[in-house]
Design a protein around this ligand. Structure first.
Ligand code: CA
Ligand code: CA
Length: 490
């Protein structure tokens, strides 16, 4: 008896042939806020390659992370589930350690199940992913880890407050672009594109580390920006006067310096310029990967999606870093390009990063999944004006949510305090309108989108985890009590 046909048939069931399907290039940029030309966040930023990608695709100008922190944001995107569903709110744990999610089919695994080769380099997930053997379960092929690459012998800015974290550093020092982690990630992605087998589609993930701190770049990238105060973002000195005290609890004590320290140490402009220089460097790496796609003749049959895991403050609202529910902390670049995507589309309807999962599987014709929290953006990829009823929803630890509609931002903190901003008249979110009677209906309209059920933090949750006890009116930040009268750490 010849078993071969039966064997062949069962192999086909396990690995359906996906001929004719588009490839996917999935590009993550770490800590990249909206300081990207096409997104209008900074008037001087130079990102010609991202702008070109946006011009040949569709840009979501009102896209937001689902958590303003690496691990919960990336977990949410890759599982297609909100942080309030996953229970992952901190930098720990890796979600595979949570029994509920140990076997959950991620976005790349879903593509693999549909016959795709899956590849990854650089920072796509947050952290070590459980070692080389387990990595193969997440992606077929693994390239370099990327990361910082060339580093100076000691920190360029000297000791920084709240623990002198070795990563909290920035500036220019002599090194080669080729020795940076992101350059190597781009190199590897380019090699994989050139060598890709023609008979099977690929899902290639490339995660760029910059402009995450340390923001090191070579002189040529600094030379793109004037060395004067014209690079600084607009700020309002009294901006925190009308934000609730609880807004400080979300970033109570962190290694990222406050604006006060940056000014006292004359480091504000240097940090801003360093961030801009790193953004332009990463833009160039994306450009190299895009050029390789075109040279290989694959651009027309490859869907490119580019995203960042959350925003980053550079002095706005008195802080640097992430972990906020304002646009500076939540707004991210999000671009789709390739087959099925409108050219030059500009979408001002709200979008969530967890919409990427259902969008990609619809674009590639893999069939819908009923167990995803996101909704497909394909209607907006065809018609940028297509309405979306649901706002973008960002959560930073249980009870703290930002609700972003096309016009408004509403925030509710765990202690019940609120903010409301009208982006039509106040794009910097300077004037908190919550509590004004004339806006009561707007607040009520946004409140109804607050997540009804919240998964408690999973066992092993750590780093940047915040809880609140309403009975005692006490918060706990990274295991330390925060009381109503405690001075805000500087
Ligand atoms: Ca990040
Ligand atoms: Ca304000």
């Amino acid at each position: 008896m010849n078993l071969f046909p039966i064997l062949a048939a069962s192999v086909c069931l396990l690995l359906p042939v996906a001929t004719g399907k588009p490839n996917v290039v999935f590009i993550a940029i770490d800590d990249q806020n909206d300081w990207v030309g096409a997104f209008g966040g900074h008037p001087l930023v130079k990102t010609p390659h991202l702008d070109r990608l946006a011009a040949r695709g569709t840009a979501f100008l009102n896209a937001h992370c689902n958590a303003p922190l690496c691990n919960p944001s990336r977990t949410s995107l890759m599982l297609g589930l909100r942080p309030t569903t996953t229970g992952i709110y901190g930098l720990e744990p890796w979600f595979r350690k949570v029994p509920e999610w140990a076997d959950r089919v991620t976005l790349p695994q879903h593509f693999k199940q549909h016959g795709y080769r899956t590849l990854s380099a650089g920072k796509v997930y947050h952290g070590g992913i459980g070692g080389p053997a387990k990595r193969k379960l997440e992606f077929d092929e693994w390239g370099p880890d990327g990361g910082v690459g060339a580093r100076p012998e000691k920190k360029l800015v000297g000791p920084t407050p709240m623990g002198n974290n070795p990563l909290v550093d920035w500036g220019v020092f002599p090194h080669r672009d080729e020795d940076k982690g992101d350059y190597k990630v781009a190199d590897w992605a380019i090699g994989q594109i050139r060598a890709a087998p023609k008979d099977r589609p690929f899902f290639l993930a490339a995660g760029f580390f910059l402009p995450h701190v340390p923001c090191y770049a070579t002189q040529r990238w600094f030379d793109l920006y004037p060395d004067d105060d014209s690079v600084l973002p607009r700020i309002l000195e009294s901006d925190r006067a009308d934000t609730p005290r609880f807004s400080w609890y979300l970033h109570w004590s962190l290694p990222e310096p406050r604006l006060k320290w940056l000014r006292e140490e004359k480091q504000w402009r240097n940090l801003v310029r360093s961030y801009l220089a790193c953004t332009s460097f990463v833009d160039a790496q994306v450009g190299r990967v895009m050029a390789a796609l075109e040279e290989a003749g694959l651009a027309e049959n490859t869907i490119v999606v580019l995203w960042s895991d959350h925003g980053w403050h550079l002095g706005e609202k008195g802080i640097s870093g992430k972990n906020t529910l304002w646009d500076d902390g939540t707004r991210v670049p999000l671009i789709f390009a390739g087959p099925g995507v409108g050219k030059g589309g500009r979408v001002t309807q709200p979008a969530d990063l967890l919409d990427i999962y259902p969008t990609l599987i619809e674009l590639c014709g893999l069939g819908p999944r009923a167990d995803l929290d996101g909704t497909s953006l394909v209607p907006q990829l065809k018609d940028p004006a297509a309405k979306r009823e649901r706002p973008a929803i960002t959560t930073h630890n249980p009870g703290n949510h930002g609700i972003r509609s096309e016009r408004w931002r509403y925030i509710r903190y765990a202690d019940g305090s609120e903010e409301l901003y009208d982006h039509r008249s106040d794009p910097d979110e300077w004037t908190n309108l919550a509590g004004r009677p004339e806006h009561a209906a707007v607040v009520a309209e946004h409140r109804r989108w607050l997540p009804e059920k919240e998964h408690p933090p999973v066992p092993g949750s750590a780093h940047r985890v915040l809880s609140y006890d309403p009975g005692r009116d006490e918060a706990e930040w990274e295991g330390r009590k925060v009381r109503r009268g405690d001075p805000v750490p500087e």
